[in-house]
Design a protein around this ligand. Structure first.
Ligand SMILES: *[C@@H]1O[C@H](CO)[C@@H](O)[C@H](O)[C@H]1NC(C)=O
Ligand SMILES: *[C@@H]1O[C@H](CO)[C@@H](O)[C@H](O)[C@H]1NC(C)=O
Ligand SMILES: *[C@@H]1O[C@H](CO)[C@@H](O)[C@H](O)[C@H]1NC(C)=O
Ligand SMILES: *[C@@H]1O[C@H](CO)[C@@H](O)[C@H](O)[C@H]1NC(C)=O
Length: 862
């Protein structure tokens, strides 16, 4: 499975990337000034000093924000307009009020968005359910609120329109996030999508529900919609990626016969003339429900909008597939024709045809933009005969074939290795489980993009002791599927009884290390017990924990009290995962309910806020069981630096667990909005933190982790985004990170499924799928680094995800070519040394959390 992981990497590196909303989230330049003052305009301004050019997030120039003239009335339309200079795929909007060194207090609670390709024709942004209003922009003058746009916007001009229910003054600062829209598509037209009403199935509504153009006489024209929103439909078109929408949402679909022509005709208009290499159409192929990819397509070209279609269309015939019902991208070569508009006719291969996404590749590889010379109107009609069958010079095809051959070869090697390992294991009369030992050599050859794993023919060592943690392979289907993990349990307990082959990795140095170093592996009473693994079903991390029977841990099955559900008042959604959501709620009467000594923060008469993790009502039974297990495990954790489970609602659906809520948000957000106290040159009165604050934070995290380590818990996702903070800067470690949209760039996705925080992961976790307390120590080192860079930068921000994984290979080879994180400017050298020790290649040489705690604590001035 580890190898598969690489195969996918190879594949991903070569596949021509489509726009991926999860990665297309770069700040577009309000804060850092790349968007220049003249590109920011407004309907009005109160004073010179509150002009539109001051509407920059986290900046304090002028009077600290843009404010429109006068009191904003409910009927008013005032706007702030940004010209992004080019077509842009916008995914996130961040807003903030006017702080102005603590003298401002104006902010907008709500806003709408308008956008335009040309600055003339404006459209209103609507969410997936058709509402225009964006809730809760801000509720104070300083915290920036960053919200995803679902669906994203493709445009060049954006207007932010503050909305109010009562006359008030509003002031705003803004940042936009996204990336350039290289496709250049400005509109498409198509017949409207249809309803599928088969007996015995739910009705699938295959309309283009986010289309922003005209809808007349059963035809859509002049806009963009679901086919360009970056959301790819699933294999089963009834299953949707968005929640709370209808079956069939992700697809636009048509029925043959209803159109009277046997094909669907679509027209595509672009921003300028482009030289097209290919078109990719993501299409459903659920053939046993009468849905197939198109049988053929013919595309005509037009060099200018006012022109006739060129005579020779490009034809492309697909290879139909009625074995594999997976949805897929179909790549249509377009023969490098120049055009500003395209008209494609997709011919039906079955009763239904469904698309979820269409993208275009134009220009040369690398620079997709066509220079102005080549975009001059040309009359190059006589391109070589574009008969698709004998002209597969798409450029991608050889690479794809190469990939497939590599994959097949590697699969053969894998099968051979598995057979070989089983043979060796049998010879040694050991359980046949292991493939990789510490001698595995990993060769990551960056030039050819292939990765070969070799195991030298040495019999696996018999380890001194079994490693007490389960090894979960990345990308093992079970990693994502809690049910699969449970099935693994009996086998795990067996493998714990036997040794060597089944027992996990063998660390040769274990016997030589000092007792201190041995801390995390010397937990003898765990060595023979079952290890239960569990994925937080609400989309969070996995824990490897000792089985429920371990003596030192058994405090019966700790029961948490059932809280009356109706007393949880919903305030805000904090995040969502695959199986559930996290809400911010007010809990009425919770202190009385929990009684004396309840671990609640100081309230000063304010209502008690709690975080409520809630399982979706339609979650599978397995997810339910795992949710209950997660409750059991959480209920055992009791440490001042670990988030505490307060109560639950499990007597009826949906199942909920109620945990503390920390009102300063997470550490990442907190620090990234702050400056160092000692930075005297900083004139702005941005809230500051001192070195001793940072040390205090570090000590608290090490203390919480020390506690987890003492229980043999492996957190697997320690990072500042998972540390929550209250008003007194008390830190509690939690695990909500993965359910948050904002941090999705911190996780590496494989086909949109597995989410791995690779920039925080130790080399052995990435390469061998091994998660231990020692890999948590590695993550702690990265967390320290984040703290001392004030979270202004992502770890290895200059490396792409693929390069980070390559760097991991360098750690493994240990030939001095690995790249370490640099020493943060403000970080005392002794502390950086400590970080470097956390990133030691040898697991046994890394410090323990106890050691880290002892090393950090003396620095904190009480
Ligand atoms: C926003 O767009 C709508 C059209 O959808 C238009 O009626 C309205 O005037 C626009 N408002 C502004 C401020 O551009
Ligand atoms: C699409 O279909 C859904 C469900 O039938 C309906 O609620 C929605 O209004 C439709 N949207 C458009 C834009 O036609
Ligand atoms: C689609 O419908 C046309 C008539 O409208 C018919 O000639 C053609 O055979 C149909 N194609 C398929 C694949 O059913
Ligand atoms: C498109 O670009 C390729 C080179 O990238 C060139 O060979 C071809 O002639 C161009 N096509 C047209 C119609 O200009």
């Amino acid at each position: 499975p580890t190898m598969l992981f690489y195969l996918l990497l190879v594949f991903q590196a070569n596949a021509n990337a489509q726009i991926d909303p999860a990665h297309c989230r770069y700040p577009l330049g309000m804060e850092d000034g790349r968007i220049q003052d003249h590109a920011i305009t407004a309907s009005s301004q109160w004073y010179e000093t509150t002009g539109p050019q001051y509407a920059r997030l986290n900046r304090e120039e002028g009077d600290g924000a843009w404010c429109p003239a006068g009191l904003l009335q409910p009927s008013d339309t005032q706007y702030l307009q940004v010209d992004l200079g080019q077509l842009t795929f916008l995914t996130v909007v961040g807003t903030q009020g006017r702080y102005a060194r603590n003298s401002g207090k104006e902010f907008a609670r709500m806003y709408r968005l308008n956008y335009s390709h040309d600055g003339q024709l404006w459209r209103s942004w609507k969410n997936r359910l058709g509402n225009k209003e964006r809730e809760v922009a801000n509720d104070n003058a300083y915290v920036s609120v960053i919200k995803d746009l679902h669906p994203p916007i493709i445009s060049r001009y954006v207007r932010l329109i503050p909305v109010t229910k009562m006359p008030t003054t509003v002031c705003m600062r803004l940042e936009l996030y996204g990336c350039p829209w290289h496709d250049g598509l400005t509109s498409y037209s198509s017949p409207e999508g249809q309803l599928m009403m088969p007996p015995g199935y739910p009705i699938a509504s295959l309309n283009d529900s986010t289309y922003d153009g005209a809808h007349e006489r059963r035809k859509l024209s002049g806009g963009l919609g679901q086919l360009t929103d970056g959301v790819i439909g699933q294999d089963d078109f009834l299953v949707t990626r968005q929640y709370h929408v209808w079956p069939g949402y992700d697809y636009v679909g048509w029925r043959n016969g209803s159109l009277g022509s046997g094909y669907v005709e679509m027209e595509f208009v672009f921003d300028k003339q482009r030289n097209f290499t290919s078109m990719k159409v993501h299409s459903n192929n659920m053939f046993y429900r009468g849905v197939k990819i198109f049988s053929s397509v013919s595309c005509s070209f037009k060099p200018r909008l006012i022109a006739t279609w060129e005579a020779e269309p490009v034809e492309f015939r697909t290879v139909l597939d009625d074995r594999n019902p997976s949805a897929r991208y179909v790549t249509v070569p377009l023969g490098r024709r120049n055009a500003k508009a395209l008209r494609c006719r997709f011919h039906f291969a079955d009763v239904w045809m469904m698309f979820s996404e269409i993208s275009f590749q134009s220009g040369r590889r690398g620079s997709r933009e066509i220079s102005t010379e080549s975009s001059m109107p040309t009359t190059h009609k006589t391109v070589t005969n574009p008969s698709a069958k004998d002209q597969p010079d798409d450029g991608n095809t050889p690479i794809l074939i190469g990939c497939l051959v590599t994959i097949i070869l590697l699969l053969v090697v894998i099968i051979f290795l598995i057979l070989w390992c089983q043979y060796v294991c049998k010879v040694l009369e050991k359980a046949p489980r292991r493939i990789l030992e510490e001698e595995v050599t990993v060769r990551l050859s960056s030039s050819s993009d292939t990765i070969i794993l070799q195991t030298p023919p040495v019999p696996p060592r018999v380890s001194q002791m079994d490693h007490p943690y389960e090894r979960v392979f990345l990308l093992d289907p079970q990693y994502q599927d809690p049910a699969g993990l449970r099935n693994k349990l009996p086998e795990l307990s067996r493998s714990a009884e036997t040794s060597a082959c089944g027992g996990g990795y063998a660390e040769p140095d274990v016997t030589q290390c000092t007792p201190h170093q041995c801390f995390q592996s010397s937990v003898p009473h765990y060595a023979e017990t079952d290890i239960v693994s569990l994925q937080g079903v609400t989309g969070s991390n996995m824990y490897a924990v000792p089985a429920l029977t371990v003596d030192s841990l058994t405090r019966k099955d700790i029961s948490v009290a059932e809280f009356p559900r109706h007393r949880l008042l919903f305030r805000e959604k904090l995040g969502e995962g695959q199986f559930g959501e996290v809400h911010l709620c007010e809990a009425e009467g919770l202190p009385e309910f929990l009684g004396e000594g309840a671990p609640l923060p100081d309230r000063d008469g304010r209502p008690v806020l709690v975080a409520v993790k809630q399982l979706r009502a339609d979650a599978t039974n397995n997810a339910r069981n795992d949710f209950l297990k997660e409750i059991k495990i959480m209920s055992r954790l009791n440490d001042p630096n670990i988030i505490q489970l307060l109560c639950v609602c499990v007597s009826s659906d949906p199942l909920c667990m109620v945990t503390e809520y920390m009102d300063n948000g997470d550490l990442n957000m907190f620090l990234s909005q702050r400056e160092m106290e000692s930075t005297l040159t900083h004139a702005n009165n941005i809230p500051a933190v001192s070195l001793s604050d940072l040390l205090h934070m570090s000590v608290q995290i090490s203390s919480g982790m020390r506690y987890l380590a003492s229980l043999n818990f492996v957190h697997r996702d320690l990072a500042t985004r998972n540390c929550l903070l209250d008003r007194r800067l008390t830190i509690k470690i939690a695990d909500f990170g993965m359910s948050r949209n904002l941090y999705s760039s911190d996780y590496y996705r494989i086909q949109g499924r597995a989410v791995l925080p690779i920039r925080w992961m130790a080399w052995e976790s990435i390469l061998l799928g091994k998660f231990t307390t020692a890999s948590d120590v590695w993550a702690f080192g990265v967390t320290l680094w984040e703290i001392f860079t004030l979270c202004k930068e992502q770890p290895y921000s200059l490396l792409s995800d693929e390069q980070v994984i390559e760097n991991t290979g360098e750690f493994f080879r240990n030939q001095g070519r690995q790249i370490f994180l640099f020493a943060p400017l403000l970080c005392p050298p002794s502390l950086f040394e400590l970080m470097m020790r956390c990133w030691d290649r040898d697991i046994a040489d890394r410090p323990t959390f106890e050691g880290l705690y002892q090393a950090l604590r003396p620095h904190v001035v009480q």
